[in-house]
Design a binder for this molecule. Structure first.
Ligand code: URA
Length: 271
């Protein structure tokens, strides 16, 4: 789903993130080594998203698999051998192993581009997502769209999914076992998309994906190698605040903005 974002929405996100100075008509890429040499100045405020160089949808040559000092452990017992995202969706639709399916209206699989170079994984569908069968279409989704737009991304060049594919009743967090039973599907989705970057949105996603008990506060700003048995190489993964948390705690948007800049820098490092 690709929704139109008003320029003022993106501007609002910049302002709430503490970006409060306009310094020129043209955006400046401060991640460019040439512009880094310039004197420090505030990130420019623009009603339009920054002129991020377009992300080619074709993937670069795969990097050789590099063993990592601290790999995120692969989940053992992967059983899914489906070879397309469509087949994975069909497998999920036929899957009765997650109790959340019984109380949900719709399967919420993914949104965005299956050839995306970056994946965002949230916690669980909410009421609106359950109604529409699409992830992040409610208030958190609106903020997520603004966050993406602030670094020149949208749903045509990212893929968005969740740690569980059905809405937990009453929007409670998914249990550890609900997340565990869905994890092989999430992992297979990641393998089939094979992105360059994975971003866990919030603590629940980070816990499930990275098999960690560390909080988002501790994971933010770090890059971890995400591995599964079916990936040709570890994928650079990080975590940032969940948009729903940012809606409740707008002061943290400043930190989220720093995370977004780091994510953009990481993506640009692959160009
Ligand atoms: N929150 C999530 O974590 N996922 C959604 O799809 C919607 C809200």
């Amino acid at each position: 789903m690709n929704r139109h974002l008003e320029s003022r929405d993106i501007l609002a996100f910049y302002l709430e993130s503490g970006v409060d100075e306009t310094i020129g008509e043209e955006p400046i890429n401060r991640l460019d080594t040439k512009t880094l040499a310039r004197p420090a100045a505030a990130v420019p405020v623009h009603a339009e998203p920054p002129a991020l160089s377009p992300f080619p949808l074709s993937r670069p040559e795969p990097l050789p698999a590099a063993p990592s000092a601290h790999p995120i452990p692969a989940v053992p017992g992967r059983v899914l051998e489906v070879s397309s995202i469509e087949a994975l969706g069909q497998a999920l639709a036929a899957f009765d192993g997650c109790p959340l399916k019984k109380t949900a209206t719709n399967l919420v699989f993914y949104d965005g581009n299956p050839k995306a170079r970056i994946m965002f994984i949230g916690e669980a569908p909410g009421a609106e997502e359950d109604r529409h069968g699409n992830p992040f279409v409610g208030p958190s989704g609106k903020l997520l769209d603004q966050m993406l737009a602030s670094i020149g991304l949208d749903r045509t060049n990212v893929l968005i999914s969740n740690t569980v594919f059905w809405r937990p009743p009453g929007n409670r967090p998914p249990t550890t076992s609900e997340a565990a039973v869905c994890l092989p599907f999430v992992e297979r989705l990641i393998e089939l998309v094979d992105p360059l970057v994975i971003v866990a949105l919030g603590g629940a996603a980070a816990k499930s994906l990275f098999a960690t008990t560390e909080s988002v506060g501790r994971l933010r700003g770090r890059w971890l190698p995400f591995s599964t048995a079916g990936l040709p190489r570890p994928i650079d993964a990080t975590a940032t605040f969940h948009p729903a948390y940012l809606l409740r705690s707008p002061a943290q948007k400043r930190g989220a903005w720093q995370d977004l800049l780091a994510i953009r820098k990481k993506l640009e490092s692959f160009q």
